[in-house]
Design a protein. Structure first.
Length: 88
């Protein structure tokens, strides 16, 4: 009751100003806490270990060999001879 009686003599605008100052003080504390939390998070993000680097992938292009193309001719000739023998 003492608190209510002491506020009876204060105008509504003065009470509003007191509430606004209280909210402003709480917001400052909240922003400060958020900034400290963000700073602590980024400070402890890394470790002291050496980074693991994967070896580079080396792609070698091989020259097209004509020996693969040269095998088709004897195979086709063998197929033709086999077909001729089977037809007789």
């Amino acid at each position: 009751m003492l608190i209510i009686q002491s506020y009876e003599n204060i105008s509504a605008s003065a009470v509003g100003n007191m509430v606004a100052l209280h909210l402003e003080d709480n917001m400052k504390k909240l922003v400060l806490a958020a900034a400290l939390a963000a700073a602590a998070t980024t400070a402890s993000a890394g470790t002291m270990e050496e980074p693991v680097m994967e070896p580079p992938v080396i792609v070698e292009e091989t020259a097209a060999s004509s020996s693969a193309a040269g095998i088709w001719i004897p195979l086709v000739l063998l197929a033709l001879v086999a077909a001729a023998v089977a037809a007789d």
